[in-house]
Structure formats: structure tokens, C-alpha cells
Design a protein around this ligand. Structure first.
Ligand code: SF4
Length: 366
């Protein structure tokens, strides 16, 4: 298979659906970790096709959704400083902070610049030497290499008015935290293929051994997802718990060595607050001490204002598979993409946004 269309071939998809139906003797509960997979499962109707055969619950793999509210509040504060430009990926702009979003700040005259890569933020700093440029570094291990590269580039070019508000998070500790909860419902995981492209999947060996849950590395196209689901169902039916890679065209066991080395050079693992989850042990990345001169948290003062969570938002329950987005009392009422109460309704990878976008009704969702 060489071309994208081949991964959307309806005949092959029907064959795989049939195979899953034939293999499954009961309804299994699988969690797809990544929000991109959630959108693909809904957009292509896979979740609906497998209703009653496989229940797909949606995991915490939406970086915009789990970026801590304290970090969003700090980003809003920074963007209001006269000597500052806050550079961010566009999908962070509408995520609600305690009192406002970055979009609100920009509308009120704050300096928020959308960039498409961290290196754009370095160039922005070079073009605006009279201003401080802070890049809001959000994302999983997939985006960490690019922000690490920006740090290295800024160091090489002597860019002193550039820094990062690092909010990178790590997927596997969140999966561990999720299955440590006594009421978790996950029977197998579809692991996020893009994270594994960078980090590999060797570290899942110990996870599988410890928790005795199948983990199948899975891509994002319909056939990728269906093959991943079939592999999970086969293992579950045979009473097995193994690590499998169903995304071999992109993922190798050791991942991308150059990207991993770069992340290792610039970042170290830390405990990280995840929005809705609280602090996850080893759940994030921070700059190593030798790169701390690029750390916006150390360079700029933060106010002591409290973080005000919106109690009406049930994002934790949604991102741990305890609640379908459509079962949130605010879904489609006070909370919509035009007027989001929580991050999962904002992000292009958010589960609530996916249900809203693909019109999933409350009575036939999985
Ligand atoms: S529908 Fe809105 S309020 Fe409810 S969990 Fe999703 S984002 Fe939060």
C-alpha cells in the first residue's frame, strides 16, 4: 500500500469489519488514546458500525485538552505585557483559561501571534529584537522534537529575546494513571501511532506486563484503525495481553533515534499538572538546567491569582472513558464549538468537538 486512498478502501474496510464481528463473542471496551484517532473513528463511521461489538472509549490524547489551565492563565498574562509577543499554535487560542482565553486577550489588544512551527517563533524574535517572544510549547512527544530544535537554533543564533512556556506532556504516564484508577473500564489500548513514530514502543513492554492489557500501536486511517481493533479483539478473545505494532509503515520499535536524542538533550522528565487530571507523576517535560535561560517560567514573573476551574465541565470523565461527551449535561447546550466551556469542545482532537462535529446522537454513540 503506497497511497492514502488505499487506507480508506471501502471493500477492505468491510472485510475487516466482518472479521471483527466474526471474531468477537462479546462487547469489548477499547480505548483509543489519541484524539486524532477519535475523530477518524467518528468521521468514518467506524464507532457506529461496531456498536454492540466493540465499545470505543476516548482517551486523554488531546494535548490541547490536557494543557494545564494554570499554563493557559500564565500565557494570557504574558500576552498582556507591552514588551511581549506570545507565539502559539492556533488551536490553543480558544481554550478557556480561568477568566479568558488567548483569543479574548488578543481581541482586547494583547499580543498573540499564531505560528505554524516553533522555528517561526524564533524568526519572530529575530525580527522583533525590542520585544520578548515566548513560544507556548504545547503537545505530546510528537511536537517536543520541534520545540527542542527551536531551542538549539535560538542558542546557535544567539537569540536572547526568545523563550518557551513548556507544557509538553507524556502519553504513557497518563495511561498508567488511568489504569491505576480502580473503576477504569479499559480492556485494551489502541496506542497513538504518531507518538510511537518518535518515541518507539519498547517502553510499552513493561506496561503490558504490569497491567496485563493488550496494547496495539495503531495509525489514523480507517484501515489502520480497523486492523488495530481486530488485533485487540483477537488478543482479548484468546485471553492474551501482548504488545503489537499495526502501524509498521511508520513506526519502528526504537522510534526515531535522532528525534529522541534531541528531546533527551533539551528536556528532562518532570511531574506535570494535566488539566482535569491533576499532577501526573513523570507526566511532562521541562527544559534541562543547562537550557533554563530559555525558560519563560524563570524569566517572567507570574501573578498569584488562583486557577478557577469550571466545575460544569466533565472533561476528566470524558477523557477517561467514564462519560460519553453527549452525556455531559452541557453538551450542545451551554457548551458548543462557538461557545466552549471546556477544552475538549475546542480542539480539533477533542472528543466533545468530534461528537458535535459528526452529529453523534446520545442514543447510538459508543
Ligand atoms: S461537552 Fe463541554 S462542558 Fe461537557 S465535558 Fe465536553 S467540553 Fe466539558
Amino acid at each position: 500500500m503506497k497511497y492514502l486512498d488505499e487506507y480508506r478502501d471501502p471493500v477492505a474496510a468491510q472485510r475487516l469489519l466482518e472479521e471483527i464481528r466474526k471474531t468477537s463473542t462479546r462487547c469489548w471496551t477499547l480505548m483509543e488514546v489519541c484524539g486524532g484517532q477519535t475523530h477518524s473513528l467518528l468521521r468514518h463511521g467506524i464507532a457506529a458500525e461496531l456498536e454492540g461489538i466493540v465499545e470505543l472509549i476516548h482517551g486523554p490524547g488531546c494535548p490541547v485538552c490536557v494543557t494545564s489551565q494554570a499554563d493557559i492563565d500564565f500565557a494570557c498574562e504574558l500576552a498582556q505585557r507591552e514588551d511581549m509577543i506570545l507565539a502559539s499554535f492556533g488551536d490553543m487560542l480558544r481554550v478557556p483559561g480561568s477568566e479568558r482565553s488567548l483569543l479574548d486577550v488578543r481581541t482586547a489588544g494583547g499580543q498573540v501571534q499564531v505560528v505554524y512551527s516553533p522555528l517561526d517563533a524564533v524568526r519572530l524574535a529575530q525580527k522583533n529584537p525590542q520585544r520578548q517572544i515566548v513560544f507556548f510549547a504545547v503537545g505530546f512527544e510528537t511536537t517536543a522534537p520541534a520545540t527542542a530544535l527551536a531551542v538549539r537554533q535560538a542558542e546557535r543564533d544567539g537569540v536572547q529575546n526568545f523563550s518557551l512556556l513548556v507544557s509538553h506532556v507524556r502519553v504513557q504516564p497518563a495511561m498508567e494513571s488511568l489504569v491505576e484508577a480502580p473503576d477504569h473500564r479499559v480492556q485494551a489500548f489502541l496506542a497513538a501511532g504518531h507518538v510511537c513514530t518518535v518515541m518507539g514502543y519498547e517502553s510499552y513492554e513493561s506496561f503490558v506486563e504490569r497491567y496485563q492489557l493488550p496494547v496495539v500501536v495503531t495509525g489514523f486511517e480507517p484501515l489502520d484503525l480497523l486492523e488495530g481493533i481486530l488485533a485487540c479483539v483477537r488478543q482479548l478473545e484468546q485471553g492474551q495481553a501482548r504488545l503489537e505494532n499495526c502501524y509498521a509503515r511508520a513506526v519502528q520499535a526504537a522510534g526515531n533515534r535522532a528525534a529522541r536524542d534531541l528531546v533527551q538533550e533539551i528536556y528532562q522528565i518532570n511531574d506535570r499538572a494535566w488539566r482535569g487530571f491533576g499532577v501526573i507523576h513523570r507526566g511532562g517535560l521541562e527544559l534541562r538546567p543547562e537550557w533554563s535561560h530559555f525558560d519563560a517560567r524563570l524569566r517572567f514573573e507570574k501573578s498569584e491569582l488562583p486557577v478557577l476551574e469550571n466545575d460544569a465541565c466533565r472533561s476528566y470523565d470524558v477523557m477517561t472513558g467514564q462519560l460519553k461527551p453527549t452525556d455531559c449535561p452541557e453538551f450542545g447546550k451551554r457548551c458548543s464549538p462557538d461557545s466552549p466551556l471546556g477544552a475538549p469542545m475546542v480542539s480539533s482532537e477533542g472528543a466533545c468537538a468530534a461528537y458535535y462535529r459528526y452529529g453523534v446522537p446520545a442514543d447510538n454513540t459508543t
